[in-house]
Design a binder for this molecule. Structure first.
Ligand code: FAD
Length: 452
């Protein structure tokens, strides 16, 4: 199956590269692609391309898209155990599961993510403090090793391959199918409480308190606020609603879920519209509009979990230069460093349009899995922001010194030696890869840059 040569980027639209893209329609066809031997530049799986930079790119090599591996094989309505191909999206699982009262166990801020991509990045959601990350809910997966040999992996049968693959960014093989335990819900709506906080200390205190009371919680912060308002945020926390929480109209269809893209960003959207003035104004307006405190609001899954999915191709608003996401986690005890990171961003006047702070629970065994118990902050900046490189280097230093790390699914620029300081199990990962894939068949632009 010779692929077409395609120019690819991640969601941030920085670092394009061209590769031959193969789209096998079955696991057997995918195995053939691997068995045939790949280009000298290697091969990497790709799901829906929602990682922010080039984890799913392989310039000059082969990219195996899982777009054709998109079938749900079995969904047990009694147990919520679903077996599906790796290219099935979380949205597909919601559409299939909700009528029987099942939701995905972990949802990132977009549902346009494949099951393969969710395992490979070991994604987290607003419920990490209670549910951990995605791999915790994966009962087994089938992976094609270099050469195309299939292997069924469970945490018990092959813990090293399981935990190298969870968070392993596609570098241990191509996942072709997985069995995942879904989460039971009583309705498809979320009962949401909102609190507006005045500064970073209050933001952290409310997040800590809400972690004890709610299954889902997150703070949307004003990254440009300074002085007494540094770190002011709107915190939304909630749990799935019970049928009795719904209005009579909603109660008629308690599991209603209507996905589908809404408005799109026009291709000619003026570049440069996201800048420090517009972001400062937008942040202020959005902060002031939020209620000081509101409880019991009923929201849809889309509004609560995936507000950005409401705008198709919203990544275009940053213009052709694209944008850089930066997400760190700092362990509990490093609160001063979290505060300092807010100071650095606001002092640099770097306009982060989406700034999200939350607390993680304990991390899992994934060798390169991102979450660890602590504070995680996600920021996104137009790539052309003046002084951005220096700011992100300063944040790296703060994160390393505080014992934290950055998220590979979002990284576009961390230096390899800094990454090694952040991921203490990187040497174990490299050793396992060298044994599993001595020829270096699986490789991505990300892995080449960082020597993963
Ligand atoms: C708006 C938005 C919000 C987000 N919010 C969050 C969040 O809250 N939490 C979070 O954790 N992440 C978040 N992300 C990041 C996203 O969840 C991850 O990057 C996820 O991996 C993307 O899945 P994908 O299917 O698009 O994979 P891709 O981006 O295509 O690939 C990501 C990685 O997975 C590997 N991969 C993909 N499919 C397979 C496969 N079948 N077998 C082996 N490896 C594979 C690729 O090689 C690559 O390394 C967000 C992204 C966006 C755009």
């Amino acid at each position: 199956m010779p692929g077409r040569t395609v120019r690819l980027t991640g969601w941030g639209r920085v670092s394009p590269s061209s590769a031959e893209v193969a789209s096998p329609g079955s696991a057997a066809a995918a195995a053939e692609v691997l068995a045939r031997g790949t280009a000298a530049r290697g091969v990497i799986p790709r799901g829906l391309g929602r990682s922010y930079n080039n984890a799913a790119q392989c310039g000059g090599g082969v990219v195996i898209s899982t777009a054709g591996l998109n079938r749900i094989i079995d969904l047990d309505a009694a147990t919520g155990l679903v077996t599906c191909e790796a290219g099935v999206s979380l949205e597909q699982l919601m559409v299939a599961g909700l009528p029987a009262g099942w939701f995905v166990p972990v949802s990132p801020g977009t549902r346009q993510v494949t099951v393969g991509g969710a395992i490979a990045a070991d994604v987290h959601g607003k419920n990490h403090h209670v549910a951990g990350s995605f791999a915790r809910h994966v009962r087994s997966f089938e992976i094609l090793l270099p050469g195309g040999e299939p292997r069924t992996v469970t945490e018990q049968s092959d813990p090293s391959l399981f935990w190298a693959t969870a968070g392993g960014m596609g570098l241990t093989g191509l996942i072709v199918r997985a069995t995942v335990q879904l989460k039971p819900v009583a309705t498809s709506r979320v009962r949401v409480d909102t609190v507006r906080t005045a500064d970073i200390d209050q933001t952290m205190a409310v997040l800590a308190e809400h972690d004890r009371r709610y299954g889902y919680t997150v703070a949307w912060s004003d990254s440009l606020a300074r002085g007494a308002g540094l770190g002011r945020s709107v915190i939304t926390s909630g749990d799935f609603a019970e049928p009795g929480d719904l209005s009579p109209a909603d109660a008629k269809d308690p599991f209603a879920f209507r996905p589908g893209a809404r408005v799109g960003v026009p291709p000619g959207f003026p570049p440069g519209l996201i800048n420090r003035c517009t972001v400062a104004l937008a942040n202020q307006a959005w902060y002031r509009k939020a209620p000081r405190s509101r409880s019991g609001e009923i929201q849809t899954i889309g509004t609560f979990f995936h507000p950005l999915d409401g705008i198709r191709n919203w990544n275009r608003v940053y213009g052709p230069g694209g944008f850089r996401q930066y997400q760190y986690v700092l362990p509990f005890g490093a609160e001063a460093a979290v505060r300092r990171s807010f100071e650095l961003v606001s002092q640099a006047r770097a306009p982060s349009f989406v700034t999200v702070l939350k607390r993680f629970g304990a991390g899992d065994e994934g060798l390169l899995s991102f979450p660890m118990a602590g504070w995680t902050l996600a920021l996104d900046f137009p790539a052309r922001t003046p002084g951005l490189a220096g700011l992100l280097d300063r944040l790296d230093r703060l994160v390393v010194d505080g014992g934290g790390r950055v998220y590979l699914a979002k990284d576009s620029r961390v230096p390899p030696d800094v990454l090694a300081e952040m991921y203490p199990r990187l040497a174990e990962f490299r050793k396992l890869r060298a044994e599993l894939d001595p020829e270096g068949t699986f490789a991505s632009d990300l892995s080449r840059r960082l020597g993963l």
